[in-house]
Design a protein. Sequence first.
Length: 723
Amino acid sequence: MCKHRFHYSILLLLLFFTVFVQTIAAAPQLGICGQEDSDLEKVLTACEIPVTYYQNIQDAFEKAPENSGLLVLAGGYPEQTTPIPDSSYRIAANKGLRLYIEYPANVPGYTFEEPIVPQWERAVLSSEIFGETLQPLRILAIHGCRYLPVKAESPWIVSARVAGYDTAVYGLPDTVSPLLFQIPGQNTLIATTQLSRFQTGRYAPVEAWQTIWQTLLKWLCPGETFPDLVWTSAVRPSYSGQEPLPMNIEKTAIRRGSEWYINSRMLLSEADDKAYRAIANPNQRVREVPPLDTPPGDGRFGVLEGFASNIAHDGSQLVRWWRRGDCNGESAMALAAAGTLAGDRSMQTWAANVCDYILSQSLISQGDRMNPTNDAYGLLGWNDVPKYHGDMDGYGVYYGDDNARVLLGSIATSGLLEIDRWDKRILMGVLGNFRTAGPLGFRGGRIDTAPLNENGWRYYYEKETINYWPHYEAYLWACYLWAYQITDFEPFLEKARTAIRMTMEAYPDNWSWTNGIQQERARMLLPLAWLIRIEDTEEHRTWLKHVADDLLVSQDECGAIREQLGDADKGSYGAVPSNEAYGTTETPLIQTNGDPACDLLYTTNFAFIGLHEAYEATQDSYYGDAEDRLAEFLCRIQVRSESHPELDGAWFRACDFRRWEYWASNADAGWGAWSVETGWTQGWIVSVLGMRQLRTSLWELGARSQAGEHFEELYPIMIPADN
């Protein structure tokens, strides 16, 4: 029995050894050199794909097994190219190595020019090598790309300025730059940039890059089988579309969304304020985030606009160093809602400080705007940079919708904190806009200082302006309805009701739209809901239902509201019309209707408050259910990032709700897919979530105001009777 057992043990050992040897022999032979602990190496290790790391290039080429695959990564990217001795290329040829080389300083037979940092070019597939799911003309994002211009035949991936959402809809332009190509007749792939920084650099879409790297590995090791490559984006939605949400998810989202203002350093400190004032060149106002290792501000110096859309090679984003009126008013509202819900006195103080800044101290509300003899009396400027007189000059620009959102944010902050010291300035702001709107209730998109001074406010007050454009008009109508609520002054209601009626009679054929027709519908919900608060008629309910139906027909089952383009003749910023036009103006996130993007800057955010107010006004579950679905979606797609705390808790402008990823056309010249606005986006989402938890509404918060007590004093000064 013992002899048999001994023989049996020997057989088992031999079998195990044979399987082990076969496994080793069958394992893909891959080597990596040039960047230890790279994204690629981490993913290969996590996916249990064996790889040998070589400390230097000489070792890599000399020690790599014959006929194996070798990846030479750009360890010095983007500052330094990768130097490879010509002798190494000869060694590779003699050993039959299959090479992938990134950002090389030299390749025999090729001349590389100085690195280029593209502004509007994107990566585009130009080969069928990547299979059925990634066809030529497919668009990719290599964030922070820096590439080496070179002439190469039949590249696999190119850098090109193209229009489109997923696909270059107008084809490739005549001039493109190779990003990945195979040297003819050789088993060598050259990447003129760093493709292996896919996780750190937040390359998108993730699924496409997983397929690309799967293809590259198979090319490096022909005949081998690799498991699916999987990695988690450094900046991603907090929850998938299917996983159960934790208890009190909305409270958690509110806390994270409000703490983002502090963690991102959007609240300026005194030192930040000095740095802000020292920026003389307006082109330098898109710059680094305030130092994250310094104490944040407390609201006394206001709030920055937010993050610009472009993403650097390390996954970071620059900040828009503008203090805008609307962003400050809306941010104060968000901080007030979160602070009130949590009983956080510090956050409530920060909210009050921001409101003090914008309404009592900033140039946005002071100067000419506080001079009763000036035609700008009561108005609110776009920003607080008076010396800048370029395309972005907003100091002397009065957008009606921006004014309205300063006012609505301040009204909500006042109601949440039960503070009345801003009442007079808020009512002045409403009257300043009211007296520059015509008798029909329309004001037009914007009024600038020069024509205002030339024409005088009464010119606009008496002009029968008609402007079927809710983006610019609708929230001022909401302000007039609020003012009527607290004053009983009939002309406030008359102007709002007249303009709303005319706009609804013009719907949809004669509506103008800005970046899409959905945002116009979303903006219209708030004044329609508030009109029902004052006059609950069947007609007014029908108007609200009509607009909501057309908006919500595009609400996906996950809660997202899909973007939609309107009649091209009525659009201000329509689909990008050519490759050359990509990045030259503001644009939608989509190229064609059906692209699965939702817009949290122009549509979703305003739909959220509109649906909330519609439900509170009507108690109709139709609006409440849509609001609930949208709230859950927003909680799921809130940004989660361990490596970028300055982004954790934010909401980007774009989300592709099919991929469940932050993706869209990034053509917008100022506020692209990955931008974050402290006001428009963050401010409204946090605030509405807060109102839901506090069981209140914007209308009810406004009803707490005592601003009406200042009406008898202000009205004769601001709108004196004709002599």
